[in-house]
Write a protein that binds this ligand. Sequence first.
Ligand SMILES: C[S@@+](CC[C@H](N)C(=O)[O-])C[C@H]1O[C@@H](n2cnc3c(N)ncnc32)[C@H](O)[C@@H]1O
Length: 286
Amino acid sequence: MVLPSGSGHAPPDDGVGIGDMENGTSSPATDGRAARTAVPVRLPEQSEAIDQDAEYCSVLLEGRWQTVRFHDYDRIFSVPGLYETLFHDLLDCRSPDVVGALLTEELRRDGVAASALRVLDLGAGNGLVAQRLRTVGAGHVVGVDILAEARQAALRDRAEVYDDYHVLDMTGLSDSEVELLRGYRFNALACVAALGYGDIPVRAFATAFNFVSDGGWVAFTIKDRFLSETDESGFARLVRRCEERGLLRVRASRRYRHRLDVRGEPLHYVAVVGIKQADIGADLLD
Ligand SMILES: C[S@@+](CC[C@H](N)C(=O)[O-])C[C@H]1O[C@@H](n2cnc3c(N)ncnc32)[C@H](O)[C@@H]1O
């Protein structure tokens, strides 16, 4: 585990039940976010635990209940409001808010104005993290995602939150894509709910990390298991080595309830905010 001694290790907040397992009514905007369409979604009667990447639900689409896997992001982003209805309204996802708050605390501690941030939002999805970063005051935000459907959804639902948004595979950038990303002179990286599980691999995260200038901010969330002794995703080793070699100075980390699973049980992640000190070399990725 990479938690620095003395860092805020918030008690997991497990006390919220899942409530109604079916949604399909209104979705009022009570938090200053844009009002949106609620999509009828049913969660399965699931008594046995299944891992997050196998979870699914039923969605009423074109008059027919259809099975949609949670990790079929292309399908989910194609339906306006479905991502928000499923993950945020029904399953109470907190990750964008938690990482936004943790980053804000650390910026304040250092007297850094959020408006100075030039953020690479990796695994940007439909823009909820960028929206949170904008409420914090981030000056410049560029989204990157591997899916064209994510970009389309972000431009459809939150056109105002990105300065630019690129569909890119960080594991295989062309020379022109490298030049493009270098041109932004990022001084912050955000990567929320997108590491591991066949999503963003270690190598892609390292590539994104290296686009951030030394002294820049790095804020990410990751499932607690992927930072544990038993981790097989490679992230625990990467983060540990980054700390040992002084490439990342972890400023704060917090274990928190990312969201509920389909049974209403909590899924815990760790949010980490740190300051990049130097690039991750290829030797760390072997
Ligand atoms: C759970 S969503 C999180 C979206 C957003 N960060 C949020 O918190 O709302 C995970 C996102 O990671 C993206 N993703 C998965 N693998 C990726 C990769 N190799 N490179 C870039 N994005 C990737 C997916 O397309 C999806 O948009």
